[in-house]
Ligand binder design. Structure first.
Ligand SMILES: C[S@@+](CC[C@H](N)C(=O)[O-])C[C@H]1O[C@@H](n2cnc3c(N)ncnc32)[C@H](O)[C@@H]1O
Length: 279
């Protein structure tokens, strides 16, 4: 029996949301593997997410498409390695299988042991992986033991992670990555509010974020009202940022987002993506 903690368990909820994509009238991505990591409990959590704030699972769909595009464009621009950091049950290493690109995964030991057991049952091999708490491990050298080349251009997908991490862990972690990997781009999603002190201008926003925390079964100690802190405290610069809801037109779902009540659309402005690269 593998004992997965509450942060690891969030990976089942996200995989469950992805597993429902074929039922959507307008599909945003294809992940036929997601159903392997779905279960009744995680599906119930996904339903709870939409009860507390109806656009929640739609935003997870948008973010999946966004990170897919980050990988596609990054590879087209010359990236030769992709790290799925806190990748959970992300199957992009198989979905984007490419002889010129190496994928690596990093997640907690219990999560990746569970994942590789499922993959093995389906005759698929787990990608080279570092089974560790990445805040404590030396990620670049741990991955180098699995064939990672710190000097090759690298994409890091840090999806659905940053909000779960202790606020004071993030800049030191990014600085350790920047010290060891000369050329990389890292993409992440985040809440653009001060979750550390729970200082939000609108009570409705805080209630919705706290409802999402309850549905996910884990807390969000960290948000970033201003991305300038990354440029002030690391050698990285903000290469791209925006709200996921702002991608609706590109994803041909503008009518759906426009039909949301104004108050929901205000809350959605807080859920955003960011790409950092060396300045
Ligand atoms: C919400 S899930 C997201 C999984 C995946 N990125 C996705 O979007 O489907 C968060 C994942 O990050 C992992 N994670 C969070 N903090 C971590 C840490 N410090 N070390 C290793 N893994 C971590 C969890 O174990 C979990 O699998």
């Amino acid at each position: 029996m593998i004992d997965i903690n509450e942060i690891g368990a969030t990976a089942f909820v996200i995989a469950s949301i992805r597993s429902l994509e074929p039922e959507q009238p307008h599909q945003l991505f294809n992940d036929p593997y997601a159903q392997w990591f779905s279960n009744e409990r995680a599906l119930a959590a996904a339903r709870q997410l939409d009860e507390v704030f109806p656009p929640s699972t739609t935003m997870v769909r948008f973010r999946t498409r966004y990170f897919n595009r980050f990988i596609e464009r990054g590879i087209a621009d010359g990236a030769r390695q992709v790290i799925l950091l806190g990748g959970g049950f992300d199957m992009r290493s198989h979905l984007f299988d490419n002889a010129d690109v190496s994928f690596f995964e990093v997640d907690q030991k219990a999560v990746l042991l569970f994942k590789s057991a499922i993959l093995e049952r389906h005759g698929i091999q787990q990608s080279p992986s570092l089974l560790a708490n990445y805040l404590q491990a030396d990620v670049p050298s741990g991955l180098a033991d699995h064939g990672f080349d710190p000097d090759a251009p690298t994409l890091i997908v840090w999806e659905g992670n940053i909000m779960y991490l202790p606020p004071d862990s993030i800049m030191p972690f990014l600085n350790r990555l920047a010290d060891a990997i000369p050329s990389f781009r890292i993409a992440f999603d985040y809440f653009a509010v001060d979750l550390q002190n729970r200082e939000l201008e609108r009570d409705a926003d805080l209630e919705r974020i706290e409802g999402v925390e309850r549905a996910m079964g884990a807390s969000f100690p960290t948000g970033f009202p201003d991305l300038a802190v990354f440029e002030q405290q690391t050698p990285l610069r903000v290469a791209e940022s925006g709200s996921f809801a702002g991608l609706a037109e590109e994803y041909e779902l503008a009518d759906m987002v426009a039909a949301y009540p104004e108050d929901w659309r205000e809350t959605l402005k807080l859920y955003r993506y960011c790409v950092l690269e060396r300045a």
